[in-house]
Design a protein around this ligand. Structure first.
Ligand SMILES: Cc1cc2nc3c(=O)[nH]c(=O)nc-3n(C[C@H](O)[C@H](O)[C@H](O)COP(=O)(O)O)c2cc1C
Length: 193
């Protein structure tokens, strides 16, 4: 069983994001090989980054950082649902990511992206950022247009846009299960050091 956190990529009021997060949740609901939970950084009331020591050392001073990090620690895998803002991810998601680091090590992620241009530039930026966490991001990603995959303000994905989601999840599960062994090895090395 792979524990997946679905991470909403924005805190913008009245965003389209919750509809796509809900669709992602629904897609995973019938599977018996994954357990998925929406983990919204907005619930942790993170201010602009206020930790003194960079996150890699995991010497958090603030309760909000400890709570956010402890929640992420529970998961094997992540699906980021990101809009594209100014050709990148939202500032609020980047800020939330900057609080943590080791929580993502040797885990796996998939990306669902959307925007006026389907959000592919945001997804590419996110891949770049996630590489720093030793987080393996699967190749396939679902890309949605706010024009052709939304009708009257409702998210209504076309079959063509939604299709890559299935391969994304099967790679997420395969890589996620394999990386559990890597994490066990890393933990043993740490204990022996
Ligand atoms: C601050 C901001 C910047 C945006 N920049 C882009 C952009 O660079 N490229 C693009 O395709 N769409 C851009 N858009 C359009 C968004 O992708 C679109 O509004 C989408 O619905 C945003 O997701 P959200 O509703 O979940 O916040 C931008 C929207 C906002 C609010």
């Amino acid at each position: 069983m792979l524990n997946i956190a679905i991470i909403p990529g924005t805190s913008r009021p009245q965003a389209l994001n919750p509809q796509i997060v809900s669709w992602v949740s629904d897609q995973l609901a019938g599977r018996d090989d994954v357990r998925a939970e929406v983990v919204d950084f907005a619930d942790f009331e993170l201010p602009l980054l206020d930790e003194v020591i960079p996150a890699g050392a995991k010497m958090y001073e603030n309760d909000h950082t400890k709570a956010w990090g402890a929640k992420l620690d529970e998961f094997d895998a992540f699906i980021f649902v990101t809009p594209e803002y100014n050709h990148s991810i939202s500032g609020s998601l980047k800020n939330a990511l900057d609080f943590v680091a080791t929580e993502f090590n040797h885990k796996v992620a998939g990306i669902v992206n959307y925007g006026a241009d389907k959000g592919v530039r945001a997804a590419e930026h996110l891949r770049h950022i996630l590489a720093n966490y030793k987080l393996a991001v699967v190749r396939d990603q679902a890309s949605f247009s706010i024009f052709s995959d939304v009708a009257d303000g409702r998210f209504a994905p076309t079959e063509v846009s939604a299709a890559p989601f299935a391969t994304m999840v099967s790679d997420l599960v395969a890589w996620g299960e394999a990386l559990k062994t890597v994490r066990e090895g890393a933990a043993e090395d740490e204990a022996a050091a």
